[in-house]
Design a protein around this ligand. Structure first.
Ligand SMILES: NC(=O)c1ccc[n+]([C@@H]2O[C@H](COP(=O)([O-])OP(=O)(O)OC[C@H]3O[C@@H](n4cnc5c(N)ncnc54)[C@H](OP(=O)(O)O)[C@@H]3O)[C@@H](O)[C@H]2O)c1
Length: 228
């Protein structure tokens, strides 16, 4: 599919990794211009080339260093390990001003990744908001979607909860969730990110106990169509 110029440009910082590459694939497939960011430009170029090939070279995916990708994008998605969360955001604070940040980071503290361990800010998403300031809208999303679902074309049955700084930011994020072929739910204000991020440790524990690799969640009892 060729790039639709009406669609926004999405940068994925740490987009060379497992989760970021899967999201890049899905948004490029939907026609978005996707910028894969990395600390190492060649790594970003390689990831972009791999995904372009998977999409028969009909998509718009570029590989860039993280600051250039953040600067050029309308919406920025963060997919780095929690240990790199603060440093990455602090170094890109200026480039992110006035934008929407979708934070996918889960504040896992190895080796006890099955135990919920939130940072002092309340959650990684709230920490991002504290670092970036009030001129940046911040949403949490995709924390409960295993990368194994993303880099393939089959439909995904689990849902995506979205919390964030404003209803408008959450709506914009849900649009991207739907563009990725997933079902998104408005899960309320940014303070609720603690639940979304915490659920990941629960899912990791369920995977371990029941021998799976991609447990997810599903909202039931709601007819979305009738609410629209
Ligand atoms: N994997 C999943 O299924 C999954 C599901 C839900 C949420 N998440 C969350 O999504 C985030 C990314 O997960 P992942 O599995 O994709 O991680 P990953 O593959 O281990 O790392 C993602 C990218 O982060 C960058 N990175 C690594 N260490 C860094 C550092 N010290 N400083 C700056 N950048 C660094 C690397 O990019 P460069 O080397 O190119 O810079 C790497 O390719 C995590 O917070 C994770 O908890 C993951």
């Amino acid at each position: 599919m060729s790039n639709n110029n009406n669609l926004k440009t999405i940068a994925i910082l740490g987009g060379t990794g497992k989760e970021g590459k899967g999201l890049a694939y899905r948004w490029a497939r939907a026609g978005y211009r996707v910028l894969i960011g990395s600390r190492t430009p060649q790594k970003a170029l390689d990831a972009a080339a791999e995904l372009s090939q998977k999409l028969d070279n009909e998509s718009h995916i570029e590989g860039l260093d993280n600051p250039t990708a953040a600067m050029q994008a309308d919406i920025v998605v963060l997919t780095v390990p929690y240990a790199a969360h603060r440093a990455t955001l602090e170094s890109l604070k200026d480039a992110l001003q006035g934008k929407l940040l979708i934070d996918v980071t889960v504040p896992l503290v190895p080796p006890k990744v099955r135990k919920v361990q939130m940072p002092p800010a309340g959650s990684a998403t709230q920490e991002a908001q504290e670092i970036l300031g009030e001129n940046v809208e911040v949403c949490a999303a995709f924390q409960n979607i295993s990368h194994e679902h993303l880099l393939q074309d089959a439909s995904v049955t689990c849902d995506v909860l979205v919390s964030g700084t404003s209803p408008e930011a959450r709506d914009e994020t849900i649009k991207l969730v739907e563009a990725a072929g997933l079902s998104g739910w408005d899960a309320g204000p940014i303070e609720n990110s603690v639940v979304i991020e915490g659920l990941t440790s629960v899912l990791i524990g369920i995977n371990k106990k029941y021998g799976s690799t991609h447990a997810g969640i599903k909202i039931t009892g709601v007819n979305k169509q009738s609410a629209d």
